[in-house]
Write a protein that binds this ligand. Structure first.
Ligand SMILES: N[C@@H](CCC(=O)N[C@@H](CS)C(=O)NCC(=O)O)C(=O)O
Length: 149
């Protein structure tokens, strides 16, 4: 029954809630991390952020852009994970497999951010991205199989 599936008494849903919470929190904090790079470099996104100096030429900074891209990449991957994970839980997966997928996704996305922001040479970031991507695809296939009529 869907009502008991979406209960924290369901081990798979509880694990999903935990890992989705962790990776969403990390994603949310990417904004703060971007600001932490912006403020000391005085690189802002709109003229009013320069304290009313509307003539100030807007610039970009490679480090700020890097954190911004890491944040965008999270949005491209973490949001699908949360949506797919929700339906995946409803599909009644094996608890051990599901927990492994949630754990690996969360770990690889944290590593993706580290690799991106701290400029770890490729293919480190590519591997982290690919691992998360494959997990999302695996969950999507399971959902489609479970939901087909
Ligand atoms: N929107 C991504 C799609 C492909 C992707 O996510 N690639 C990974 C591994 S190379 C990545 O970290 N891309 C860098 C980024 O999105 O800024 C892009 O334009 O690169």
């Amino acid at each position: 029954m869907a009502s008991s599936t979406l209960s924290l008494e369901n081990e798979v849903f509880a694990k999903f809630t935990f890992y989705a919470g962790v990776i969403l929190l990390k994603t949310v904090f990417m904004s703060i991390w971007t600001a932490r790079y912006r403020i000391p470099r005085k690189v802002f996104i709109t003229p009013e952020d320069y304290g009313g100096n509307y003539n100030k030429a807007l610039t970009t900074d490679p480090d700020v852009e890097r954190v911004r891209r890491a944040h965008l990449n999270d949005l491209e991957n973490v949001l699908p994970f949360v949506l797919l994970g929700f339906f995946y839980v409803l599909s009644g997966p094996d608890a051990w497999t599901a927990t492994l997928l949630f754990r690996l996704f969360t770990g690889f996305r944290i590593l993706h951010t580290i690799a991106y922001v701290f400029v770890i040479p490729q293919p480190a970031r590519g591997i982290c991205f690919l691992a998360g991507f494959i997990i999302n695809v695996m969950m999507a296939i399971q959902i489609i199989k479970a939901g087909k009529y």
